[in-house]
Design a protein around this ligand. Structure first.
Ligand SMILES: N[C@@H](CCC(=O)N[C@@H](CS)C(=O)NCC(=O)O)C(=O)O
Length: 215
């Protein structure tokens, strides 16, 4: 199978797929958007026009969660799913919890970074939502190195990029270390960074964030 990932180094959703790709050692051509192909060519790949998109030969797969599940099903040599049904449910729950309750709030906060035109009521509401999401994540983390046990899983691929953004964005609103306020989440985040695939993507995120935000 020939793979291409339409990527943005700054996208937490694309970062999720890259952690998985690196951890599995897959041969994937990574195309940085915008720029790798024209906007018209990109628009023709999927009606959502969002990165990431995985091209697997001629099959175009959008949506990071769907890409991850697809890769997991076809590239089985190294598994990023836990062994038992209970642990698998937990991995899926944590990734979903991150998507629905952490990343959604962070994505909207991203749109409020510029103090000019910021909506203080909306920001207040989004922080309530983010705190709820982080609290729910804390509830399910058990102090293991990874989200589920002692092995990297799709849950970590989803969560680490989100926590990176939480750590970078919230100080711009005066919350210096939102992760430190939830120690179990902070410990999880820092411990997971010792994983080579996670560390590589974390470096890519740092670099892309610096280029975009200048610091
Ligand atoms: N639910 C999607 C979200 C993808 C997404 O929002 N990607 C952003 C970059 S972080 C994007 O391409 N935005 C461009 C747009 O919305 O036009 C996923 O999980 O892949």
């Amino acid at each position: 199978m020939k793979y291409r990932l339409y990527n943005s180094d700054l996208s937490p959703f694309a970062a999720r797929c890259r952690i998985q790709i690196y951890a599995k050692g897959l041969d994937v051509e990574i195309l940085e958007m915008p720029g790798a192909i024209s906007a018209e060519e990109f628009a023709a790949l999927s009606p959502m026009h969002k990165v990431p998109i995985l091209a697997a030969d001629d099959l175009m797969i959008p949506e990071s969660e769907v890409i991850s599940e697809y890769i997991e099903e076809v590239e089985t040599a190294i598994s990023l799913m836990p062994d038992g049904a209970e642990e698998r449910a937990k991995a899926r729950l944590l990734a979903r919890l991150g998507d629905l309750y952490i990343m959604l709030a962070l994505g909207k906060l991203f749109g409020q970074i510029n103090p000019q035109g910021r909506d203080p009521e909306l920001v207040k509401y989004l922080f309530v939502e983010l705190d709820k999401g982080l609290g729910w994540l804390a509830h399910y983390l058990d102090g293991s190195k990874y989200a589920v046990g002692d092995k990297l899983s799709l849950a970590d691929c989803a969560l680490v990029p989100m926590l990176f953004f939480a750590s970078k964005i919230t100080p711009l609103f005066g919350r210096e270390c939102v992760l430190c306020e939830t120690p179990v989440v902070h410990n999880y985040y820092t411990q997971t960074l010792s994983d080579p695939a996670v560390a590589k993507v974390h470096d890519e995120l740092e670099k892309a964030f610096k280029e975009k935000m200048g610091g």
